[in-house]
Design a protein around this ligand. Structure first.
Ligand code: ATP
Length: 235
C-alpha cells in the first residue's frame, strides 16, 4: 500500500482548471519529484495535498482519506508542506518558528529533543536562534522552513520549489539536505524547476504539463528520455 495515493485530483480557480484529474503515488521513505514548466499546476497540486486549496478527487494517506481534513490535521498525521515562498513567520524568532513546527504535538520532552537535534543539524539557525526570521538570508529562510516542517515529525514532506531564488552553492546544499532527509526514512514529494537535480536525487518522478501528468517512471529513465531532455534538461 502506498503512503500517499492521489486519484483524479482536480483544482479549479473559478473557471480555470489548473489541475485536471491527476493521479500519483508516494511509497513510504521514497523520494519522488514532480517537474514541469511554470504554470503546469505543480504548486496547485501541492496546495491541494497540504490542504491549503480546495480540490476534488481522492487523497489517501497512510490508509486514511484525508481529502476533507484541514491543513493542520494533515500535519498532525505526518503530512507536512513547505510551501513555495517558504511561509516562515518573519516577525517571530528562529527558535519560535521551530517551536511552531511542533504545535500539533504534545510530547514535550521529545519536542525538546527534536529542537536540539534541528539546531545541531542547522548550525546557521542555531547561531541565529534569537534573531527574527525575516532578517535571515533566503537560503537560511529555506533551511528554517524545512527544519520547521521536520519539527512536526513528518512521514511525508511536501517541498514546493525549495531551491527557488537561491545562489548555486545554496541550491547544492538544499539538494544534499533533501537527500539526507530521505535517507533518514522520511518520504519526500519534491516540486522543482531545477529538473536535472530533481531527477538525479529522486527514485521516481512525474512530469506535469497543463494540469495533467504526461510522463512518469523511474527518475533515471525519465532523465534519459528524449522528450524530457528536450523540454526540461536543455538538450
Ligand atoms: P509555478 O512554477 O509558476 O508555480 P506551477 O506549475 O506551480 O507553476 P500553478 O502555480 O499551480 O503552476 O498554476 C497552474 C495554473 O493555475 C496557472 O495557469 C496559473 O495561472 C493558475 N493559477 C494559479 N494560482 C491561481 C489563482 N490563485 N487564481 C487563478 N489562477 C491561478
Amino acid at each position: 500500500m502506498s503512503l500517499l495515493s492521489v486519484r483524479d485530483l482536480t483544482v479549479h480557480y473559478g473557471g480555470i482548471e489548473a489541475v485536471r484529474g491527476i493521479s500519483l503515488d508516494v511509497q513510504a521513505g521514497e523520494l519522488v519529484s514532480l517537474i514541469g514548466a511554470n504554470g503546469a499546476g505543480k504548486t496547485s497540486t501541492m496546495g491541494a495535498l497540504g490542504g491549503l486549496l480546495k480540490a476534488a478527487g481522492s487523497l489517501t494517506y497512510d490508509g486514511v482519506d484525508l481529502s476533507r481534513l484541514p491543513a493542520h490535521e494533515r500535519v498532525g498525521r505526518g503530512l507536512a508542506l513547505v510551501p513555495e515562498g517558504r511561509g516562515i513567520f518573519a516577525k517571530l524568532t528562529v527558535l519560535e518558528n521551530l517551536q511552531m513546527g511542533a504545535y500539533c504535538r504534545n510530547d514535550s520532552s521529545q519536542i525538546a529533543h527534536d529542537l536540539a537535534q534541528q539546531l545541531e543539524q542547522f548550525p546557521r539557525l542555531a547561531e541565529r536562534r534569537g534573531q527574527l526570521a525575516g532578517t535571515l538570508s533566503g537560503g537560511e529562510q529555506q533551511m528554517l522552513a524545512i527544519a520547521r516542517a521536520l519539527m512536526s515529525r513528518p512521514k511525508l514532506l511536501l517541498l514546493d520549489e525549495p531551491s527557488m531564488g537561491l545562489a548555486p552553492i545554496l541550491v547544492e546544499q538544499i539538494f544534499r539536505l533533501i537527500e539526507r532527509i530521505a535517507s533518514e526514512g522520511v518520504a519526500v514529494l519534491l516540486v522543482e524547476q531545477n529538473a536535472r537535480q530533481a531527477l538525479e536525487i529522486a527514485q521516481r518522478a512525474y512530469v506535469m504539463e497543463s494540469g495533467v501528468i504526461t510522463l512518469s517512471g523511474e527518475a533515471k529513465a525519465l532523465a534519459a528520455d528524449p522528450r524530457v531532455r528536450a523540454a526540461y534538461l536543455g538538450h
